[in-house]
Design a protein around this ligand. Structure first.
Ligand code: FES
Ligand SMILES: [Fe+2]
Length: 368
């Protein structure tokens, strides 16, 4: 298969944005499944509620894109595993809901597995030769649990520790990363647009005064401080007057600065915004060439520091973004759209995203 490729000039002052095929061509999207989504880390689930041995939760990795049926399960030794949820006999899905189990049992013909995915028992196979073998175990998928968030990757090209290192650096030694999951605050929002357009929107604040009204200060401001690296970007937000700000300890890299939010983006499509009250996570899930699911999850560290109406404002912001992103999808499908230019002042992260994406789509693991 020919790999669809594109290039973006490394100098943002000269660079042009990608051609419309990046957002509109089903072949490009299909190629990204292999070159990007299979090899990168995705927010997958959380570990809250999975503390006890035997706790199992089925989760599909990127529904509508990779569509991989997986199972998060805590074994008797308290290790968390991510296993294929597909029976190695004839392919039935094994676990259909969140349960506490002492073994995994397929409901079709009764094959049993231990909680770590190894084969346990199956009636009627006494005469089968060289049975069971490792092929009869449930395949394991790499996961990384970071502060209660679980990331998964089918075939990771980089280590998850490397990917979250900058986020960890900002919360390590503070009281701001000790959060718990808030199940009632989460929602999924479907947008009829390509995932790349959704990411672009989340990476710049140039649109904030135009799209988000009333301007709440809870979206990215037009000119925050920006850091770019191989696996993502950080936009450090001073916030508006009256917003709670971080009280950072001695030795913290940002001690002494006024910071109301850290807007992290991890390639390809995970947005983590850390506020003094906790973490707002937006995981963008491609769900088709022209469909993206925005999964919002809230993790609270100190709810007393969360201004009233914050979660409602975040949702309103996401819905306002969805409206303009749908409009952009229609726009880039126009025969007359020829690509655009970047604002060197406010679109550094968008430019960086495109360069990283170009590199991964070419088979690498960095900017191109
Ligand atoms: S498909 Fe699972 S036991 Fe047959
Ligand atoms: Fe926005």
């Amino acid at each position: 298969m020919v790999r669809p490729r594109f290039e973006v000039d490394e100098d943002i002052r000269r660079a042009h944005t990608p051609a419309a095929s990046l957002y509109c061509d089903a072949k490009v999207y299909d190629a990204q499944k292999k070159s990007v989504f299979s090899r990168t880390w995705h927010y997958f689930s959380h570990a809250f509620g999975l503390d006890e041995p035997g706790k199992a939760r089925p989760v599909t990795l990127l529904p509508g894109c990779l569509d991989e049926p997986l199972l998060l399960v805590r074994d008797a030794q308290a290790d968390l595993h991510c296993l294929s949820n597909v029976c190695t006999h004839r392919g039935n899905l094994i676990v259909d809901g969140e349960w506490t189990l002492d073994s995994l049992r397929c409901g079709y013909h009764g094959r049993r597995f231990h909680l770590d995915g190894t084969f346990a028992f199956m009636p009627g196979f006494e005469e089968a030769e060289k049975f069971p073998s490792e092929k009869d175990y449930l395949p394991r998928i790499p996961i990384a649990a970071w502060r209660g968030l679980v990331f998964a990757s089918l075939a990771p090209a980089v280590g998850a520790d490397e990917v979250v290192a900058r986020v960890e650096q900002r919360v390590a030694g503070t009281r701001y990363g000790e959060w718990t999951f808030e199940p009632e605050a989460g929602y999924d929002l479907e947008i009829e647009a390509n995932w790349v357009l959704c990411c672009e929107n989340g990476l710049e604040g140039l649109h904030t005064p135009h799209i988000h009204s009333p301007f709440s200060g809870r979206s990215i401001l037009p000119s925050p401080r920006t850091e770019l690296w191989e696996h993502g970007a950080l936009q450090t937000d001073p916030g508006s007057e009256g917003d709670p700000v971080f009280d950072l300890p001695e030795g913290h890299p940002d001690r002494g600065e006024r910071i109301a939010a850290y807007h992290f983006w991890l390639f390809p499509a995970t947005f983590l915004t850390i506020y003094p009250w906790g973490l707002a996570l937006h995981a963008l899930q491609p769900a088709g060439q022209r469909r993206t699911r925005v999964c919002f999850r809230s993790f609270a560290a100190a709810t007393e520091l969360r201004p009233p109406g914050t979660l409602e404002a975040l949702r309103r912001t996401a819905e306002e973004d969805a409206v303009v992103i749908r409009s952009v999808q229609q726009g880039v499908e126009s025969r007359l759209y020829r690509g655009g230019r970047y604002s060197p002042a406010s679109e550094k992260c968008v430019h960086h995203f495109h360069r990283l994406l170009a590199g991964w789509m070419a088979g690498g693991r960095g900017a191109r």
